[in-house]
Structure formats: C-alpha cells, structure tokens
Design a protein around this ligand. Structure first.
Ligand SMILES: [Zn+2]
Length: 260
C-alpha cells in the first residue's frame, strides 16, 4: 500500500503528497524506468494531447465466455511456432504457462470495479478543501493495439468537496485501469471521470506521461518520445489559476507543455 511515510510538504495551503516510487501491490518494481524507456520524461520530443471533457468511458463488456487457461496456453504455443521457433524445445516448454500467468498480472484490472475502490470516503476533514495531489505515480499498462508495455508516470489531483478518500485509493484506481488493454488517452479520461463520478469533488486533474514500447521498439523506432495526456475537470478546467497551481506543483516542464 502507498504509505504516508514519503515526503510531505506544505506549499502554502496546498497539501502535496509525493509518491516517489510506488509501493502498492506486490508486483510493481521499485526501480526507475526500465531500459528502453526514456529517463528524461517530459524533456524531449513530447507529444501533448488534451483530452476533451466528454462522456464517461466505460470498460468493455465481455461478449464471449472467457477461454480456459489451456486454450490460452495453446494460443501462446501457436504464436511461438508462428514466430519460427519450436515450442517443444527445452527453453520454451514452460513458456506458454509463464505467459498465461504474466497475463493474469498484466490484465488483473478487469477483475476490479474502480468505482467500488473509491466508495469508502471520509467526511471528517476539518473543512479541508484545498488541492490534494498524488504525483509521480509509476504506471505500467499495455497498448491495446500491439499488447506491448506503456510505461510512465501519472499525477492525480482533486479539490475535495466535503469528502476525501484514502490516498492509496487514487493510485489503485489508476492501477485498475492501467492493468487493462489501453490507449493512454482513454486511461487518462477513465481515471479522472471515475474520481469525479464517485467523490463529486470541485475538480479533478489527471496528467499521464508515458513511453509506448510500440513506438520505441518497433514501427518508427523513436526512443525518447514521451506522450503526455491530461484531463482537467471542474475547477481545474474552468479556473486557469487552479490549473496553473496544479501544473506548477507537478513540475514546471510539464506545465509548459500542457499550458503552452
Ligand atoms: Zn501500440
């Protein structure tokens, strides 16, 4: 779980929670970005996408019954053969089972309802109604077009209106959506929309900056490219000074990208 042992700062009346390396869940490595992902997030070749505040995007319905583990492993065997290798050689014989287990981890987000995660909130806040920000949350997802990793960081903020939620829950909402097949734009919108829908705060802001391995390891092979997506709702959308305050707190460079 994300704990409150990390650095806390008071910037005026703004509560800043620096997540640092995420510590929730057993499967998230503590290391910084893996090789292949840029270590200069937000510094170079940034693509910026502003997400319109339109309707809520919901999870895809499952139309067919879920295949069995045996069927999934058989599919991996087929891919191994199709790649040109022999699935029966020693090094590959357990690979289908390993891949199936890995997929259970990568796509565990289909098992959890993010709305339920936020359902338990607290009213005893002594009237705290300033910005709450969880920043630099490591994010691991998979691109729905190529099924390869999207690795990056997210920053989530909201302006409470009577109710607050345990800070680890914000990171968990991100994690649940990230552990599904995604495009970054949809992921950003889903996190913001869910927080707005359940907590009904005065505003929500979500910024995600991530490297897509489908761009860095295949296709146009552009390492160092980071995509930045943002979704601003309520006060973050309507009030430029609130938005600037948030962007300044998560980092000046990002602020320039998103404002500019
Ligand atoms: Zn892709």
């Amino acid at each position: 779980m994300l704990t409150r042992t990390g650095p806390w700062r008071q910037a005026g009346q703004i509560l800043v929670i620096s997540a640092g390396p995420p510590t929730w869940g057993p499967t998230v490595p503590q290391s910084p970005l893996p090789s292949g992902a840029p270590s200069t997030l937000g510094k170079t070749n940034t693509v910026n996408i502003q997400i319109p505040a339109s309707g809520l995007t919901t999870a895809n319905a499952t139309l067919e019954p879920r295949p069995s583990r045996t069927e999934a492993e058989a599919a991996v065997r087929t891919l191994l053969r199709w790649a040109g290798d022999d699935p029966d050689r020693e090094g590959l014989v357990d690979t289908p089972a390993r891949v199936a287990r890995a997929y259970e981890e990568f796509f565990a987000g289909y098992e959890t309802d993010p709305v339920d995660l936020l359902a338990r909130s607290f009213e005893e806040t002594d009237g705290y109604d300033e910005m709450v920000i969880l920043r630099d949350i490591r994010m691991e997802s998979h691109c729905e077009h190529h099924m390869v990793p999207i690795i990056g960081r997210a920053h989530i903020a909201y302006l409470p209106q009577g109710r607050v939620v345990g800070i680890s829950k914000l990171a968990r909402v991100l994690e649940v959506y990230a552990k599904r097949l995604q495009i970054q734009e949809k992921l950003t919108a889903q996190v913001a929309n869910t927080i707005e829908q359940v907590l009904k705060p005065k505003g929500v802001a979500v910024v995600i900056e991530a490297a897509h391995q489908c761009m860095t390891t295949r296709g146009i092979h552009k390492p160092g490219v980071t995509m930045v997506t943002s979704r601003m709702l309520g006060a973050f959308r309507d009030d430029a000074s609130t938005r600037r305050e948030f962007l300044a707190i998560i980092g000046g460079q990002r602020a320039n990208v998103i404002e500019g």
